[in-house]
Design a protein around this ligand. Structure first.
Ligand SMILES: Cc1cc2nc3c(=O)[nH]c(=O)nc-3n(C[C@H](O)[C@H](O)[C@H](O)COP(=O)(O)O)c2cc1C
Length: 193
């Protein structure tokens, strides 16, 4: 049995282009016994990375607040570690990712859990996973100089060891959404299970 972790990042809840297309990605790759874990980062907003989590991870803090911060981070890390495939639904917000997704990234980037330090620099620990990232945008094309979302997400996923990343673009959502969705569906149609 394989597990897919779906992360929904946009605030358009429950209707959104990225959620819809992420579901289509999942339908394209799932098998009958695939377990789907959905974490909606808008509904369950991760905490801002703060001093309690910093203390808990760096100095083995033991106060109730530090233990609670560590438990939240551990939950999100455990979910990611358990997934074979990660599907991220992320609209472009102000040329980058939604803050909800940045909160999640700050929770899961954990030395010793998702990456480690070596003589040759940091090493990602989550190898062997695939990621699909659905990014919708009003007008900024992915790969253009104003797209800070797709290179950033590839970098972060690569940092934790997830090198197999497929970006699905739903562009032109402000001007020609039907065409944007059609082009995204063509990209989804090329996904191999
Ligand atoms: C707060 C906010 C910021 C946005 N910033 C951008 C942007 O910088 N560039 C762009 O092309 N579209 C931008 N958009 C448009 C969204 O990316 C677009 O509407 C997308 O289709 C929304 O996806 P969703 O339906 O999954 O929420 C923004 C939308 C919102 C709500």
């Amino acid at each position: 049995m394989s597990t897919i972790l779906q992360l929904n990042a946009g605030v358009n809840y429950p209707e959104s282009t990225t959620r819809m297309l992420a579901q289509e990605v999942i339908d394209a790759i799932r098998t009958p016994d695939t377990q789907i874990v959905v974490r909606d980062l808008t509904v369950n907003l991760p905490s801002v990375f703060g001093i309690d989590l910093l203390n808990a991870t760096r100095a083995a803090g033991t106060s109730p607040a530090e233990l609670a911060a560590l438990a939240e981070s551990d939950t999100l890390v455990d979910e990611l570690v358990a997934a074979d495939t990660v599907v991220i639904a992320a609209p472009l917000y102000n040329f980058s990712i939604p803050a909800t997704l940045k909160l999640w990234i700050d929770q899961i980037a954990r030395a010793g859990r998702t990456f480690s330090y070596s003589d040759r620099g940091p090493v990602g620990l989550l190898t062997g996973k695939r990621a699909f990232v659905v990014i919708a945008s009003g007008g900024v094309p992915l790969g253009s100089p104003m797209d800070f979302a797709s290179p950033y997400l590839k970098a972060v996923l690569g940092f934790v060891g997830i090198a197999d990343v497929t970006i699905i673009e739903a562009g032109q959502m402000s001007t020609d959404p039907a065409n944007g969705i059609e082009l995204a569906r063509k990209q989804i149609g090329m996904i191999t299970r």
